[in-house]
Design a protein around this ligand. Sequence first.
Ligand code: CTP
Ligand code: CA
Length: 227
Amino acid sequence: LASLPHDSSFSGLRVVVTAGPTREKIDGVRFISNYSSGKMGFAVAREAADRGAKVTLITGPVSLEAPPGIRRIDVQSAREMNEAAESLFSETDIFIGAAAVADYRPAEPIEGKVKKGDSEMEMRLVQNPDILAGFGAQKSARQLAIGFALEEAGGIEHARTKLEAKNLDLIAFNTFNGTDSGFEVDTNILTLIGRGDETVALTKLTKEAAAGKLLDAVERLLPRKAK
Ligand code: CTP
Ligand code: CA
C-alpha cells in the first residue's frame, strides 16, 4: 500500500511542519502574501510520514493535497499559523518551519472593501510573530528545530545567523534564483547547515528528493535508539 511507511526511522516521532504562504488581511477583499507554493513543506511532511512519523502539517492557502495519513491544519494568517503551532509545541519532537511566513501584516485591517481615493494611500505594517523562533526559544534538549532560509546567492552567512538566533538544530539554506530554486518551482538547491562547522551542499534536486536529503540529515541528529 502506498500509504504505508517505507521505513520506520521516524517511528513514534511527532513531527510538525509549517508550509505555504500566509495571507495578511488588508481589507475584506485584499491581502499581502508571497509566491510560496507549499511544495517544499508538503514534500517534507510526506517524507516524514513515509519514515513512520506522526505528522501534522500546518499550511497556509495552497493548491496541494496533503498525502494520506497526515493531519492537516489549514490557516490563513501568520498569527493563525502561530496559534496552531504553539498549541502543539509541547507535544512536538521535531518542528520543521518550511512556511514562507509573512514578516509583516497591516496594522489595522479594514472591514469591508476600501474605496479608491483621489490621492496616495499609506498603510502601516506591524511585525508578525516568528513561529520557528518561538519554538526554538522554548524547546527542550530532546526537541529538534529545523528551519529554511531563503536567501539570495551568497546568503549562507545570513542562514547561519538565523540558525543561531532562532536556536535551531539545522537550517536549509535555499538559494533564491527564481528559476531552479525558490518559490513556485519544482527543484531546489539546498545547503544544509548544522550547529558545528559541517555543511552539506546539495545539488539541484526535485523538492521531493531535497526533502529526503533533509530528513536524512535530521535522522542523523536523532538520539541513537537502543536496539
Ligand atoms: N519563520 C517563521 N515565522 C516567521 C518568519 C519566519 O516561522 N514569522 C521561519 C520560516 O518558516 C523559516 C525561517 O523562519 O524556516 C527563516 O525564515 P526567513 O524568512 O528566511 O527568515 P526571517 O527570520 O524572516 O528573516 P528575513 O526574512 O529578514 O531574511
Ligand atoms: Ca522572512
